[in-house]
Design a binder for this molecule. Structure first.
Ligand code: COA
Length: 267
């Protein structure tokens, strides 16, 4: 869809470092940035999840040189040294990094009273500390190339979302990082923005976290009458990463069809 909306090659010459799996939202964003011409490093814990996504991008590039090259790197965002190594490997391969997309996230449903301290900490470590680790490790590159950061958060913390205390806390922290870094690093020409997706179909989150009987009720409560698509997030990411957004800094763009605004009605 994004190809029909954006002109070709809007990210040609850029290099993106994207955390998260090769499928779902981050997989879609990686593919969209590559189709827009950026070289992309796909980074997450398991290489076997990343390699098919990187291969698909590189296969498409074999017949269309306007598509950027993809590289798969195994690294855990919770481990600062692993992320530093992944940043270095990306720079060695592609020469620089000027776009960072923080999409790595962990999630499961749990009532607060059953959540262990380690369960809470694990999700905060992946989502929040992981986002900090990547931003911090990429800072020198972003400063040198007047780059930008795109943090994927959520709308869970805008309201009180049952069974999602740990994720809501982590994602609220991610939005805080977005705003603070926008202020602190804006002086270096680094833009820091976020996307807060609502319920997006064809994602692991939707499959695992929204029980089937709840799905239709949830959909009916979305003012635009449908679930989000991965392509909706791709388009938002392309816009925020492009020159069209060159004066946008510290924004968290909600892409949810108006879902959270009507969430109070949803019981
Ligand atoms: N309910 C309650 N607690 C849970 C849980 C669940 N479904 N899944 C994990 N936990 C707790 C564990 O019990 C453990 O705490 P404990 O030591 O007190 O028992 C803690 O979380 C860490 O679990 P572990 O499995 O060791 O962590 P991990 O690093 O291997 O996995 C998770 C990370 C927990 C986020 C895991 O759900 C995961 O890997 N998910 C896949 C990625 C994902 O969620 N993507 C986002 C899609 S929206």
């Amino acid at each position: 869809m994004s190809k029909e909306i954006f002109v070709d090659g809007i990210l040609k010459g850029h290099v993106a470092f994207i955390t998260g799996g090769g499928t779902g939202i981050t997989g879609g964003v990686a593919r969209a940035l590559a189709e827009a011409g950026a070289s992309v490093a796909l980074v997450s814990r398991k290489l076997e999840h990343l390699e098919p996504a990187a291969r698909a991008i590189n296969d498409a590039r074999a017949t269309n040189q306007n598509i950027g090259e993809a590289l798969a790197i195994a690294a855990d965002v919770r481990n600062f040294e692993e992320i530093e190594e992944a940043i270095l490997a990306t720079v060695v391969r592609f020469g620089k990094i000027d776009i960072v997309v923080n999409g790595a996230a962990g999630n499961f449903l749990s009532p607060a009273e059953a959540l262990s301290a380690n369960g809470f900490g694990t999700v905060v470590d992946i989502d929040l500390k992981g986002t900090f680790n990547v931003c911090r490790a990429a800072f020198a590159e972003l400063k040198e190339h007047r780059g930008q950061i795109l943090n994927i958060s959520a709308t869970l913390h805008y309201v009180g979302t049952p069974m999602q205390l740990h994720v809501s806390a982590a994602k609220a922290g991610v939005d805080a990082l977005t705003r603070n870094l926008a202020v602190e690093w804006g002086r270096y020409g680094i833009r820091v923005n976020g996307i807060a997706p609502g319920p997006i179909e064809d994602t692991e989150g939707m499959k695992r976290l929204v029980p089937e009987p709840v799905k239709e009720k949830l959909r009916k409560n979305i003012p635009l009458g449908r679930f989000g698509r991965i392509s909706d997030i791709e388009s938002a990411a392309l816009f925020l990463c492009s020159e069209a957004a060159s004066f946008i800094n510290g924004a968290v763009l909600v892409v949810d069809g108006g879902q959270w605004l009507s969430a109070a009605k949803f019981v």
